[in-house]
Design a protein around this ligand. Structure first.
Ligand code: PLP
Length: 389
């Protein structure tokens, strides 16, 4: 069967290939510790699951739900944005529910990018920014995130011609895969640039609630006037350990919300009400449980940073998100290193190049793995590195 030409724009999934290799190793009896995918291992707290059960017991919660999410779900995000960032949002015009933020990230390009339009994406960066833009026929311009700049963009270094042709620019802080964080000043600069060149600015912010050592990340929507040119994506996948539940949101510019809602109404038919009722509970209920959750991630972060350093590699200690970005020795092929680590130590990491050419020479280690397994993985890594040297 011949697929449509546009399918050629989509990259093969790295994780599908990796999962196949891990299956083979497991069949050979290898105990693989997965630290590649960014999926939380911990469940949401019981009060969220209880809210799902209660709602599912109601006879009226099983039909289609409104496009863009139930009013209560959107209102809960508005409350979250007000409480957490001091950002006021109209639940009826400036917020739109998503079945996970990934679908919205992909669809934003379908709704706004014409063939030949430039889409500026962080490099390294989350792959869906590029996949959506390419699927829409857009031209990718990479915005390098370099270690020397703490993985922050250098807007002044972007080619003015590309900026003039840009339709969309993506930012993501706290950052996947580097773990970098940004100050509000970075967002102020980005909003000014979007205004100057007339492109849509999109900030992807699923990690703002996973932070360490007292760090509190800002929202891009805190920048005065940001809503004129920008939208922000958020998600409960990491915030509330609800990755499989598929709960996201887009917030900000009302025209973008309206156009995206029109696209979504042709693709999806709402989301199961008990899931969004549980999400409403997650957003409006007790938030203190996250302190303990973040303490777990923090312990793992410290184990990984110490572990990779013991294996002779370099890594900064991230202030947020669930990744440690590991720099390999100069000239090391990250894909070959990850394969050797998997085969030799049974530890699975993501090669940096999966996130774009700027990721070459790095590995991303995810912290969504039980702490005792993280400890074991780091011991195995150190032993393997010692044997290999
Ligand atoms: C930066 C970033 N954006 C978006 C997503 C997608 O999250 P969701 O589960 O809400 O689709 C992820 C998931 O790993 C991510 O790392």
């Amino acid at each position: 069967m011949q697929p449509a030409n546009r399918m050629a724009a989509l990259p093969p999934s790295f994780f599908a290939g990796l999962t196949k290799r891990i299956r083979e190793l497991k069949a050979e009896g290898v105990d693989v510790i997965r630290m590649d995918m960014g999926s939380p291992d911990l469940p949401p707290p019981p009060f969220i699951v209880e809210a799902l059960k209660r709602s599912a017991d109601e006879p009226h919660t099983h039909g289609y739900t409104p496009f863009g999410g139930l009013p209560g779900y959107r209102a809960a995000w508005a409350e979250f944005y007000g409480r957490r960032f001091g950002v006021e949002l109209d639940p009826d015009g400036e917020l739109m529910g998503l079945i996970g933020s990934k679908e919205g990230i992909f669809e934003l390009a379908l709704a706004f990018v014409n063939p030949g339009d430039v889409v500026v994406v962080p490099d390294p960066g989350y792959g869906t920014y590029t996949a959506g833009a390419k699927f829409a026929g857009g031209e990718i311009v990479y915005m390098p995130l370099a270690a020397e700049r703490q993985f922050l963009p250098d807007f002044a270094a972007l080619p003015p011609d590309a900026l003039r042709r840009a339709k969309l620019l993506w930012l993501n802080y706290p950052n996947n895969p580097t773990g970098a964080v940004a100050t509000l000043e970075v967002f102020v600069e980005a909003v000014a640039l979007a205004r100057e060149y007339g492109f849509l600015l999109a900030h992807d912010a699923p990690y703002t609630e996973i932070t360490y050592d007292g760090y509190v990340p800002p929202s891009l929507l805190q920048v005065p006037g940001a809503k004129d040119v920008a939208v922000e994506f958020h998600s409960l996948s990491k915030t509330a350990n609800m990755a499989g539940w598929r709960l996201g949101v887009m917030a900000g510019n009302p025209d973008v919300v309206r156009i995206m809602s029109s696209l979504q109404s042709n693709i999806a038919s709402g989301q199961f009400q008990p899931i969004t009722d549980a999400a409403t509970a997650a957003l409006t209920g007790d938030q203190t449980w996250m302190v303990q959750r973040n303490a777990h991630y923090r312990e793992r972060r410290d184990l990984v940073v110490a572990g990779v350093r013991a294996a002779g590699l370099q890594a900064d200690t991230p202030a947020a998100a669930i990744y440690v970005w590991v720099r390999l020795p100069e000239g090391t092929d990250d894909q070959a290193y990850a394969r050797a680590l998997l085969d030799g130590a049974g530890v699975s990491a993501t090669p940096g190049v999966v996130f774009g050419p700027g990721g070459r020479g790095y590995l991303r280690i995810s912290l969504g793995t039980p702490t005792d397994r993280v400890r074991q993985a780091m011991q195995r890594w150190a032993d393997w590195a010692k044997r290999a040297s």
